[in-house]
Every structure is written in structure tokens, then in C-alpha cells.
Design a protein around this ligand. Sequence first.
Ligand code: ARG
Length: 291
Amino acid sequence: MTPTSKAPEEAIEGGPGWGRSVLMCSPEHFDVTYSINVWMDPDVRVDSDRAWRQWEHLVSTLEAAGTEVRTVPAAPGLPDMVFTANAGLVDGTTFTPARMSKPERAPEIDHVRGRFEELGWTIEQPPAAPQEGAGDALPFDGRLVAGYGQRSSVSAYAGLRTRNGWAVTALELTDPRYYHIDLGFCPLGDRTAMVLPEAFTAAGRSALAELVEDPVVLTPEEGAAFCANAVVTGRTVVMPHCTPRLGRELERRGFEPAVCDVSEFGKAGGGCRCLTLALDVELDRAAAPFT
Ligand code: ARG
């Protein structure tokens, strides 16, 4: 995104120029029935009523912050479909469906694709190798900052760059607790971001140091509480947890934390961000280098 492409009120408000419209899926069928990440234990019971209340609170918090929430109907037998971030990648009104690395989640894609068809969007082919949507690739200054090595494959990004001309900075994820990049990196605008260093290799940390000005560096405890898994809408940071220290760091940069307890979804390894898929992303298509 170039500064000139932003609406004037966004330029004044600050924050990323996206996140004002999101796709969500209700927790009607949410549960932990299998384990595909280290946070998931099928023996731990999900409190469905509490999950509903938490999800509705997230929706109302996003709406109060000025974000439009659209939904895709939940489907039986797909307990993780609530995590719409993983369904694919958005650029303008083009949707590139994800290629899920876990067979348990693969059938979600048809449902979400159907919803985008209904909205009249252009649907691209999914990448040839696993790539778990916006959960593993976040817009930052018109490019994608993308994770690989856990659930997405680096070759998927090379393919997307060649086909769509997107600039991609692909970073290796090393810690199984932070299996998607949205657990370790959260853009706060085009220049700055929250960063959890331990999610990345030394090379990844230096790439981020080049890319991110004045980063909000998360402590290990903040990382494990999924503080990076936040939806940034204008100047509001809707996050599953915040510490006083982190709150001050955000406020010093002009942001206001809004905590939404989504602990039931934490049992599946997700936070606020993974429960949303941003619909208002515009990426540069300049065939910039793949790094
Ligand atoms: N149980 C889901 C999975 O492991 C959680 C997905 C969280 N999504 C995310 N973008 N971090 O796939």
C-alpha cells in the first residue's frame, strides 16, 4: 500500500490501512476434537456457551471500533472453521484460497470459497504447496510478511509472488507454539509492528529489524498469552491479553488496547486475529523481489 492510496481519514487516524472489514465464522461447531498444534488437547472440554459469549464480545468490540463484520456460515464437523484467518489471502476483491497443511481443516476451504463467490469476488487457484492464508501472511507496507516452516511452505510464496506480483518477505518460524506468523508478528501500521523474537530464527529476526521501525518487542509471557494475535483497527488494538507494560508501549505509539478474552479459542491455539480474515487488503503488485 502506498501512502497516497489511503483514504484521508485513515491517514489521519493512523494504524494499518486495513482491518476495517473482516470475515468471521460463528462458533456454532467450534470444539477441540483433534490436536494439530501443541496447544490443543482433545481431553480438555470447550465451554460452548462461554465460546459464544466471547465470540460475540469480540464482534461487538470490533464493531464499536469501526470494523464491519461479515460472516460465513459455520459447517458441522469443522471445529476450526471459526479461525477464518487461515482460509486464504485477500487482495482487492481477489481471494486466493489456502492450501491447508492439515487434512482435518482442508474441507473448510470450499465453504469459504463459496461465500466469496456469493460476494462476487474473483477466486484464484490455491498455491501449489501448503499456505495457511492470512494466518501465515500479513500485509505490511504493501507487501506480505509471511511465515513458513510450520504450517506453510516457503515454495508457496515463490509461486504467489510469480503469479500475482506480490512482494513477499518469508520468515522461518522455529517454535511449534508459534506455528502461524500471526502469533509472533502484528503490523501496527506500514512501519511498525509487535514482534515476538523467539518465534523467528536469527535470520528472521534480522530481516524484521530491517523492516520494522520502533518495534513493540513482546516478552515470552506476552507471546505465550497470544498478545501478538491482535486485530488492529485504526488506533484500537483488539487483543486477547495485554500487560501494563505492553499497554504503555502501545499507548506511547498512539494505540489503545481493547482486551477481548477469547480463552475458549485459546484451547485450540488461537486468539483474536485468527478469528478474523481482513477483507480490505490491497497489496502492491509490482513483482517486487522475493526475500
Ligand atoms: N486449531 C487451529 C489450527 O491449528 C487454530 C488456528 C489458529 N490460526 C491462526 N491464524 N493462528 O489450525
